[in-house]
Design a protein around this ligand. Sequence first.
Ligand code: CP
Ligand code: NVA
Length: 299
Amino acid sequence: MKHLLSIEALTAGEITDIVELGAKLRKNRNATPQILNGQCWALIFNKSSTRTRVSFEVGIRELGGSVMFLSGADTQLGRGEPVKDTARVLGRMVHGAVIRTYAQADVEDFAKYSSLPTINALTDEEHPCQILADLQVMYERLGGWAGKRVCFLGDGDCNVARSWMWAAERLGFELVIGAPKQFQPPQSFMENFKSGMVKLEDDPVKAVSGVDVVYTDVWVSMGKEEESAHRLKILQPYQINSALMKHAAKDAIVMHCLPAYREKEITDEVLEQHADVIFHEAENRLHVQKAVICWMLRK
Ligand code: CP
Ligand code: NVA
């Protein structure tokens, strides 16, 4: 049985297959295979969501299935029932699960105890669905990632940054994490990256210098709200604005996983200039997640 628990767990071939299928499904939305006929999938969310929830609800229906949205707080999970017990109950009733939560171990345990195909819809460690959608944008707009240089600016140790690092390592493109030292991943995590393609840079100008893709994410991830004031202050020099963009490649694209906080991690001016790409990323969540489910269920 296949799961999508992280980018770390995927091979280059698997990532490429999923992205290519996502691009095919985007071209012909009406020809979606009805592989979830008769199935009901559970969406278990312990954190807020707009894109992920809507794209999975629509995508699972387009694949012929039905969905059940469960806010963690409204289930017995919210009153302390262990994940492994919830997993064994749902495993006897539904056909697949999509989970957004805090600890990566909870998604891994759910997959193990439920025996259901399980998708990580964001944890504190990874956001694999987002990076697959972003890679599909690179495939559709830049002809792929080979030879491309990507810069992730901001909180370089967040879930989205970590998934980007695994993508660069697996696929072999250059990724610069532009972040102050205290928001760079620890050495113990960096030891995973042996290819030399993942680099750390604390000077924002050097980080974006000549890159093809300038990427950012919120400075205050869900669960980090208590650190807001500190983060907004320290990360200010890493804002994507028109002055910083002058150092990127001339035709560089700007990407943002959204939601965006204007005049924080990105100015309104730059976001609106690059809105076509940024909302293409959001749209691709639908297509690539349908591709993920097809890939997981393929015999
Ligand atoms: N990018 C993303 O995952 O958005 P949501 O939090 O709205 O799902
Ligand atoms: N890093 C962000 C991503 C939101 C889609 C968070 O975890 O809140």
